[in-house]
Design a protein around this ligand. Structure first.
Ligand code: GLN
Length: 534
């Protein structure tokens, strides 16, 4: 097993996750089996309890782990399917250490940062290795910036780990920023030198330096960084701002042959990558033949990262249909003050994403009604499915007081409500219905066609409230189609409105399962319907 550790220097938001994911793409195309992993130094046990304002989207894995959105990049850029083992925070590390101490597992020792906390971090690398024995290379990204107090223990753990497994089996990659001082017209390498010096203080000498730069790196800067940072000149790699799409990142890094450098550092045999499929995917993104406008009606619309996987899934599905998907971001609350006609206007599709809390709910219900009545393709995801259910109850079933008990505990018609096992839960962390489960898709539904006549599907969940089964018959009598239910509990998974070009809403999150050249089937069908509607 070989290990790549990706650290960041100078500033945050450098695209370290994209760099790690892109290296994954390239190594995979060289024929290696790759696994990606993220270590986040913050103290939350997982990002599940963090606000989207703090953290962007919470990305959910098959096993129900609530993780950083970088894991979304990892799963989209590489073929791996990740698990809780691939996502570690300081919160988890300390939680485990304290639990072990209380259990007396340290046999009377004084429990210390080194070795007990660093051992716990190293264990996660060993666990990932043990769970995925056929992996050739594990890429582990360390969140934060070198020099942060909270990241120190992670770096110390990596230093120890590299000694234990043998330095030749490890490649340290440091991603830094080369700022341009405009007045002097010069790209500056000093912050990079200093952040590498910080790494060396801890005992880590990077093997490769990836330089984020808006401009050409230049041979002189390459040589300077190589000299001050103690690496060969070719190991200083430029990572430019991509022009059109993040899926260009692997192609950009390939220009400096990062995949070959990494293979050489690690001493692994691998082939020159054939990137033709990836390139043609990128080509379709950059030069699409058609275009559609899709309204995403949400509550965190001003945040770029809150609906990350949804936007990526739309983009990926667009490429499938040679179509540019232009997302029209609509703040649900605005719909409460003016007509849908005015706010949404003419779009080719409407998507309502997941969400929590009652802000903007009535606006979303108006958007669902607008889509249903005007026969605009509609795709509801999680909360977007619950919204469609409430709208149908109020305006088709005649249950004017219908609501979810999340928004009105006393609702006269709680068409969305808590299942018994969710009642009385007070701890917020990891207590929702989470992760993948098997569901049945009924024949004679649109979903059955969408899923290519599959009887069963596996999709990821993250929610607390459910379609209330007490109302199922009433809904079906009023025409609503229940297209899928969970195998075990019979919980409603997909609803459809018939006599409509496309009105599909799912209780699960299909956005977590789109990959380049392999969009999720509901997303792909939705974009196709939008294209036909345009
Ligand atoms: N708030 C809703 C629930 O908890 C929907 C959650 C979501 O959209 N992820 O059931």
């Amino acid at each position: 097993m070989k290990y790549i550790f990706v650290t960041g220097g100078v500033v945050s938001s450098l695209g370290k996750g994209l760099a790690a994911a892109s290296i994954g793409t390239l190594l995979e195309h060289r024929g290696l089996k790759v696994l990606l992993q993220k270590f986040d130094p913050y103290l939350n046990v997982d990002p599940g309890t963090m606000s989207p304002y703090q953290h962007g989207e919470v990305y959910v894995l098959d096993d129900g782990a609530e993780t950083d959105l970088d894991l979304g990049h990892y799963e989209r850029f590489a073929n791996c399917t990740l698990s809780q083992t691939n996502s570690l925070s300081s919160g988890q590390v300390f939680e485990n250490v304290i639990k072990n101490e209380r259990k007396g597992k340290y046999l009377g020792a004084t429990v210390q940062f080194i070795p007990h906390v660093t051992d716990e971090i190293k264990d996660r690398l060993k666990q990932a290795t043990a769970e995925n024995p056929d992996t050739d290379v594990i890429i582990t990204e360390i969140g934060g910036t070198v020099g942060d107090i909270e990241g120190h223990l992670f770096l110390e753990a990596l230093r120890q780990f590299a000694q234990e497994v043998g330095r030749a089996n490890v490649c340290f990659i440091h991603v830094t920023l080369l700022p341009l001082v405009r007045a002097a017209g010069e790209i500056k390498t000093k912050p990079t030198q200093q952040s590498v010096a910080k790494l060396r203080e801890i005992g880590i000498q990077p093997d490769i330096i990836i330089c984020r730069t808006e401009h050409e790196l230049g041979e002189d800067n390459r040589a300077k960084i190589a000299m001050f940072c103690n690496v060969p000149v070719p190991n200083v790699v430029a990572f430019r701002d991509v022009e059109h799409t993040i899926y260009e990142c692997p192609l950009d890094l390939r220009k400096d042959k990062i995949d070959r450098l990494v293979s050489d550092v690690l001493g692994v045999e691998s082939n020159t990558p054939d990137l033709s499929k990836w390139e043609s995917f990128v080509e379709r993104l950059i030069h699409p033949e058609h275009s559609v406008r899709i309204a995403v009606v949400g509550k965190y619309i001003e945040l770029q990262d809150a609906y990350k996987s949804i936007y990526e899934s739309l983009t990926i599905s667009g490429a499938e249909h040679n179509t540019k998907v232009e997302v029209v971001k609509i703040d649900a609350e605005h719909l409460e003050k003016a007509s849908a006609e005015e706010i949404i206007g003419k779009v080719d599709g409407i998507l309502i994403p997941g969400g929590f809390g009652d802000r903007g709910i009535e606006g979303k219900i108006i958007a669902a009604q607008y889509a249903r009545e005007n026969k605009i393709p509609y795709f509801g995801i999680c909360l977007g499915m619950q919204i469609a259910t409430i709208e149908y109850a109020r305006n088709v079933c005649g249950l004017a007081e219908a609501n979810s008990t999340e928004f009105n505990k006393e609702a006269a018609h709680p068409v969305i409500s808590l299942q018994e096992e969710q009642q009385g839960i007070t701890d917020m962390g990891a207590s929702m219905r989470l992760g993948s489960c098997e569901s049945i898709v009924f024949p004679d539904t649109k979903s059955f066609e969408i899923y290519d006549k599959a009887d069963t599907i596996h999709e990821r969940h993250r929610h607390r409230y459910e379609f209330n089964p007490a109302y199922r018959e009433q809904f079906e009598k009023a025409g609503l189609v229940i297209a899928s239910v969970s195998q075990k509990e019979g919980l409603v998974e997909i609803i459809e409105v018939p006599d409509h070009p496309f009105f599909v809403a799912a209780q699960f999150h299909p956005e977590f399962k789109s990959k380049p050249n392999s969009p999720h089937p509901i997303f792909s069908s939705f974009v196709k319907a939008a294209l036909e509607n345009s």
